[in-house]
Design a binder for this molecule. Structure first.
Ligand code: HEM
Length: 417
């Protein structure tokens, strides 16, 4: 492979470690497509599994409207409601071990349930996992090991009785979307825009409903697992380093970040640096988002990868290259603020992917994370639990397309500010 940092991973597949790969596969002018891995959910097709570019671009317009800054402002009161519910839960368990593997997932899934179906999963109010999400988690556990063999995944998903919980989860999402179609929420939610989009083509017939169903599944999975993992690691690093925890607290207290105006949440550079560094060291989509080289192939670092080749660009490994980030294995949020020389090649950092297939929910993810971190860090100090092994959360992490961290318990103690 010349000077390109890459591995042949199969007869028609290459894993590329060069930081230029993200722009090559997803940047301006690229002709890459999504490979057959994305057919896994068929016959249901969601935005992220739409392989036809024209069809994808059309659906993406509705998603862009649903998640643009103005729409995000209208979702703020819902996010505040779940932030308060999580805060209440912590307030009633101060000084006791709390499972980070529960609370941050309850928070993000409840928000996405509300935004997708007009109704949360009720996990933060009932303090337990919703059965449909438990079914989904079982499926995600399968997706990791079988992802490298997409035909096997499709086979397993379509043989009756092999993945019953996945089918129950799909049916459950379908029923909730049917319910959502019969009611109009007081405030628009994400589905308002997606439903309007398919209604503008006429009534909601079977093909239009299938797209809404697919998108509801995507919202539930892509919108929740990713932000929850990031929140878990943010709080892991806060507990690990009380000096940085205090620095973040001071920034938030002396900023206007606790204002109810969503637009001012951007005024905390250290908080954003903390989130970015968490996404660099623990990217929620660590190896997924594979692409296939289009006509003429693609050029990465002067080497042509021929048309039709499947390209894997593992963002976990690329963002830990020492030639891209100084002390790359260390968590140093200052590289995004006061020490920019420590981020030598920022193109190695692409946690949300780039271009037309990039994450449409990035703004929502940042909004949820900023709201929650801001509220909790100013009310509580966060600590590890004595005689536990907090590093298990990253050491036991499983890559199931989205990451599934190992166990982490935390203790929150009220602080006077
Ligand atoms: C920290 C949080 C998040 C991270 C790191 C993240 C990362 C990503 C990545 C890497 C992709 C590309 C996947 C691929 O090409 O297969 C993606 C796509 C997507 N994400 Fe996110 N995501 C996050 C949060 C969210 C949220 C909150 C939503 C809300 C709905 C969301 C919705 C989507 C959708 C719909 C796509 C498909 C976009 C398209 O194909 O046009 N994500 N995300």
């Amino acid at each position: 492979m010349g000077m390109l940092s890459a591995l042949y991973a199969g007869p028609n597949e290459v894993t590329v470690y060069d930081p230029a790969v993200f722009a090559a596969v997803d940047g301006p002018g690229n002709k890459c497509t999504k490979p057959s891995w994305y057919d896994m959910l068929q016959p249901t097709v969601a935005l992220n599994t739409t392989r036809d570019r024209v069809e994808h671009d059309d659906r993406r317009k509705a998603w862009n409207r649903a998640l643009n800054p103005e729409a995000l402002r209208s979702y703020r009161s819902r996010i505040d409601r779940y932030t308060d519910l999580l805060d209440d839960y912590i307030a009633s368990h101060v000084g006791e071990p709390i499972s980070a593997n529960d609370i941050f997932y309850w928070f993000t899934f409840d928000i996405m349930g509300d935004l997708a179906y007009g109704k949360s999963f009720g996990m933060l109010s009932e303090h337990k996992w919703h059965y449909a999400i438990a079914w989904m988690n079982e499926f995600m556990g399968l997706l990791g090991p079988i992802s490298p063999v997409p035909w096997l995944a499709r086979f397993l998903f379509h043989v009756p009785g092999v993945t019953p919980k996945w089918h129950r989860f799909m049916d459950w999402c379908q029923d909730r979307m049917k319910d959502r179609l019969t009611m109009e929420p007081n405030e628009p939610d994400v589905s308002t825009w997606l439903i309007d989009h398919v209604r503008s083509d006429g009534i909601v017939g079977k093909p239009q409903f299938d797209t809404l169903h697919g998108d509801a599944v995507t919202m539930t999975i892509a919108g929740s697992d990713t932000s929850a993992q990031t929140l878990l690691f943010i709080f892991y690093h806060l507990a690990k380093d009380s000096t940085r925890q205090n620095q973040l607290r001071q920034e938030i207290i002396h900023s206007n970040a606790q204002s109810s105006d969503a637009s001012v949440l951007g005024d905390c550079p250290y908080l954003d640096g903390f989130i970015n560094e968490t996404l660099r060291v623990h990217p929620p989509v660590a190896t997924g988002a594979i692409r296939q080289a289009g006509p003429g192939g693609i050029d990465v670092a002067g080497i042509n990868i021929p048309e039709g080749t499947i390209i894997v660009a593992p963002r976990y490994c690329i963002a830990r290259r020492e030639d891209c980030f100084e002390k790359a294995d260390q968590f140093i949020p200052e590289r995004w603020t006061s020490a920019p020389h420590m981020a030598k090649r920022k193109e190695a950092f692409a946690p949300f992917a780039l271009g037309r297939y990039s994450c449409v929910g990035k703004g929502l993810a940042f909004l949820q994370m900023r709201c929650l971190v801001t509220q909790l860090v100013t009310k509580y100090s966060v600590h590890f639990v004595d005689n536990t092994d907090p590093d298990a959360c990253w050491r036991d992490l499983k890559d199931n397309f989205t990451g599934l961290p190992g166990k982490l318990d935390l203790i929150f103690k009220p602080i006077k500010v």
